[in-house]
Design a protein around this ligand. Structure first.
Ligand code: ZN
Length: 462
């Protein structure tokens, strides 16, 4: 009996020994590890073996790691060998160790008016993991600085500061109304046109000192000085230069007849009429037949004291210049239309292309010689021009149109200025006020053409 027990015990011992001798093991290097967001997980190494054999290749490895998400993950190592079933795991932590970023709007050192409170210019908080976390920024105000503290969901902390300096270092700004360079004729009228003053801290509307004066009866250059100082001692000063010059010899002897061809147009003519009205001057409109919908503009121009003159019904060179009959048929048509609108017959006309045109040669040789004589026979006064704004030619800018006109004005002639109020003449409209200003500044008088106006005519070329 004792022997049997010993034998069973011995056999059990041998079995256990065998079990342990063949039993495989998994050995992990480094144990649990931590990686950063977005970092690739790198296997740190492992081994599998028993006393007799390397079993590394038999190990099956799986993991659930997501390196885009903070958390705790597992790597599972599994080894099936004979009747053994060995498992081991490694814990992998994915962490965020990047602090959020605070972006301050405005400067980090701010000058604040001594008599004012700082108004927050704004801030933003952004974290690589949490995204926009502006609302989590803690703002701490103290006398001379503002602290902005931001912690992300992994407790990474960022701090920003804004320094407040209570000092006004900006000078006031004086803006002159009207020109800072004025030229007036001797004996004319100088009027202070005023100024605006702006300061970052103070209201200085009543603090500007204006020095200097203009003797309008003595030729010379005068300086008007505008000085201002804010409550922190920042100063500004601007000058206006006023030149008093002798009147030109012919001052007051010049007349300007502004003429507008090819209208009316709904987008240009009303605004030209507005300017003429505001400037209280009269002009002349050589109209076309653009249909009844624009009749009201012809009526308005007439009612506001301008001269309505005849240009053409069709403005079609190939029709009107192919025969005398055609020309007068067209002229009668526009004449009747105008008469219907304004109630009187206009006898003031302008030939399409002017009386000097050569385009008519294409349709009827010599027709301009005959027409200029015949319209005169029939009691018309035809007008060409002696100043071309070139707004139907190559002058596309308001500056070009302006200079084409003002550079050719003269006190010694009847200045008849050719312009257009057809629908694409925005530049003409834009130049008009400056042309009028130049004329007025230089003593010209603006008039509408009448039957008493000396005719300005070109030489006939056909
Ligand atoms: Zn025309």
């Amino acid at each position: 009996m004792k022997k049997a027990v010993l034998i069973i015990g011995f056999l059990t011992f041998c079995l256990l020994l065998l079990f342990f001798i063949f039993c495989p093991r998994i050995i992990l290097e480094k144990g649990n590890i931590t990686i950063k967001l977005d970092e690739e997980y790198q296997e740190p190494g492992y081994e599998g073996k028993n006393l007799f054999k390397n079993l590394k290749d038999e190990i099956d490895i799986t993991n659930n790691i997501n390196n885009k998400k903070i958390g705790q993950y597992q790597v599972n190592y599994k080894l099936n060998y004979l009747f053994y079933n060995i498992n081991k795991k490694r814990i992998v932590k994915v962490i965020d160790d990047i602090a959020p970023i605070i972006t301050l709007k405005g400067n980090k050192t701010v000058n604040v008016c001594p008599n004012k409170k700082y108004e927050e210019e704004g801030y933003e908080g952004y974290d690589n993991y949490d995204g926009d976390i502006t609302s989590k920024i803690k703002v701490d105000y103290s006398d001379n600085k503002i602290s902005y503290i931001l912690s992300d969901s992994s407790n990474n902390i960022t701090k920003e500061e804004r320094a407040l300096v209570y000092e006004d270092v900006s000078a006031p700004v004086i803006t002159l109304k009207g020109s800072s360079n004025i030229t007036i004729y001797k004996g004319g009228n100088y009027q202070e046109s005023g100024y605006e003053v702006n300061d970052n801290c103070d209201d200085l509307a009543d603090s500007v000192e204006v020095k200097g004066s203009v003797d309008i009866n003595t030729v010379g250059t005068y300086t008007i000085t505008y000085d201002v100082e804010d409550k922190s001692g920042n100063k500004s000063s601007v000058n206006r230069i006023v030149k008093v010059i002798e009147r030109p010899k012919y001052y007051g002897n010049g007349k300007i007849y502004l003429t507008f061809d090819d209208g009316p147009s709904s987008n240009i003519t009303p605004y030209i009429l507005d300017i003429l009205k505001e400037e209280n001057i009269k002009a002349t409109f050589f109209v076309l037949d653009h249909g009844t919908s624009l009749d009201y503009l012809i009526k308005r121009a007439y009612d506001e004291g301008h001269t309505i003159a005849l240009h053409s019904a069709t403005h079609d060179y190939s029709y009107i210049y192919s025969s005398m009959n055609n020309y007068f048929e067209d002229l009668n048509r526009i004449s009747n239309k105008v008469k219907n609108i304004i109630g009187i017959e206009s006898k003031i006309i302008r030939f399409p292309g002017g009386s000097s045109n050569t385009v008519s040669r294409n349709y009827c040789y010599g027709i301009m010689s005959n027409l200029t004589a015949e319209v005169t026979n029939r009691g018309y006064h035809y007008f060409d021009w002696n100043i071309d704004s070139d707004d139907a030619g190559s002058a596309y800018s308001k500056e070009a149109i302006y200079y084409n006109v003002v550079n050719n004005l003269s006190y010694n002639k009847t200045n008849v200025v050719l312009m257009h109020d057809s629908s694409n003449k925005q530049a003409t409209l834009a130049a008009l006020r400056d042309i009028i200003k130049f004329g007025k500044d230089n003593g010209y008088v603006f008039e509408a053409i009448t039957m008493d106006t000396p005719q300005v005519i070109h030489g006939v070329n056909n």
